[in-house]
Ligand binder design. Structure first.
Ligand code: LMR
Length: 405
């Protein structure tokens, strides 16, 4: 009976967002959820999205019919090219299958569900420690056991590369390794290309299966191709692998839930048949879970991805977002160094993407909230996009106070 259902804890991130909204203090600062804000701390509708929206609304042929089960093919085809590169052998050899999903979460879920059902022996999926808070519960919901590999070094506030390699080497052969394609969430720390090359070598030696989560393409370097480097490198090495791709952040389409799941199989004479069987199973899973994905955000993203003029404008918009975030990293580090806040702060500018892992303790995070109305996750992550020219000094001074306390 329903009265035995236990109370679940509130989602930490969405709970934080609600607490921020309910706080009447005028100088409150929201550094919680990873959503871009402009210099006035307001959500930003990308100019290119406004333009695509207008084109769509004025299209007399627009209707509200269902999309196919696999989604809008104009989106999925362009999305695969965006992440893999148009000349990727995986694409030219037709070794991929792409499904439109409920943004990145839906893609991670669909991939997890598929692997849980069809991957022989139901292997463990290894997640970086730390990782996006939702990963573990998504995989647990689909019955995929998870474990962690070290990722963040508390002492350098950079990558614990040796720890990561040792854990990946110690994992049973044919494990699934979840990798963040770029702009690692929550740490802002990415492997270098040389380190990625070593990671790929190690995965190959162990016959592991790479599962890329790509939620921030365009946010790490401001360059779409450069941010796809790791994924493209792995694909070029002939791995069987999958990719979860979100358009929430790079199009600012948070509520529209546009994203894709891509599966790539090994090169070889059976590749096309394998892909055909995989796509048939993915369609069954998708149909039973969401029937078919939502159309509107997919149409906006597809318009932009397939039109060279809109695409160029999108790249400009991405540079606007990533540029402002980089400027805030500099400003924050400068303020903390000016204040001579104890500790070193170079990691603020060394880390990349939407987030910075400040190194602040849970106690300091809670003090920041109670004393200064600053909202950030307990692990010390800040969403850099929540900082702006009007609040960065206020935030730095608040950090300075809790660090000295
Ligand atoms: C975040 O980590 O802040 C974002 O990915 C939003 C989310 O859904 O958790």
């Amino acid at each position: 009976p329903a009265d035995t259902v236990p109370q679940a804890p509130e989602d930490p991130l969405f709970g934080l967002m609600a607490a921020y909204r309910a706080d009447p203090f005028d100088k409150k600062v929201d550094l919680g959820i990873g959503a871009y804000r402009d210099d006035n701390a307001k959500p930003w509708v990308l100019p290119v999205v406004k333009k695509a929206d207008e084109i769509l609304r004025n299209d007399p042929a627009l209707n509200h019919e269902y999309l196919p089960i696999a989604g809008l093919s104009d989106l999925t085809t362009a999305a695969a090219k965006l992440i893999l590169g148009a000349d990727s052998p995986a694409l030219t050899e037709k070794r991929t299958h792409s499904m439109q999903t409920i943004s990145g979460t839906g893609a991670v879920h669909l991939g997890g569900l598929f692997l849980s059902k069809f991957f022989p022996g139901k292997p463990t999926i290894y997640l970086s420690d730390p990782t996006w808070a939702n990963h573990k519960q998504i995989f647990s919901n689909v019955g995929l056991p998870s474990a962690v590999y070290p990722y963040f070094s508390k002492s350098t506030k950079g990558l614990d590369f040796d720890g990561m390699k040792a854990a990946i080497a110690a994992a049973p052969n044919r494990s699934i390794i979840l990798l963040h394609a770029c702009a690692h969430n929550p740490t802002g720390v990415d492997p270098t290309p040389a380190q990625w090359t070593e990671i790929a070598f190690l995965l190959r030696t162990k016959n592991h299966f790479p599962f890329f989560d790509c939620a921030y393409q365009g946010f790490a370097s401001g360059d779409l191709a450069r941010d796809a480097w790791a994924v493209r490198y792995f694909a070029s090495q002939g791995f069987e692998m999958c990719i979860a791709q979100s358009f929430a952040k790079n199009f600012g389409l948070y509520g529209e839930r546009a994203g894709c799941f891509h599966f790539i199989t090994y090169p070889g004479p059976n590749a096309t048949q394998t892909i055909s069987r995989i796509s048939s199973q993915l369609a069954v899973l998708q149909r039973s879970e969401i029937s078919n994905p939502p159309a509107y955000g997919a149409r906006i993203a597809a318009l932009v991805l397939n039109d060279p003029v809109l695409f160029a404008q999108w790249e400009d918009d991405l540079r606007t977002m990533s540029g402002r975030i980089i400027a805030m990293r500099k400003a924050l580090r400068e303020k903390l160094e000016e204040l001579r806040t104890p500790g070193s702060w170079n990691h603020i500018t060394d880390q990349i993407g939407m987030f910075s892992f400040t190194g602040l303790s849970e106690k300091q995070v809670l003090e920041l909230r109670s004393q200064a109305h600053v909202y950030m996750t307990k692990n010390g992550r800040i969403s850099m996009a929540g900082l702006n020219s009007g609040n960065v000094e206020y935030f730095a001074r608040a950090v300075d106070r809790v660090v000295r306390a």
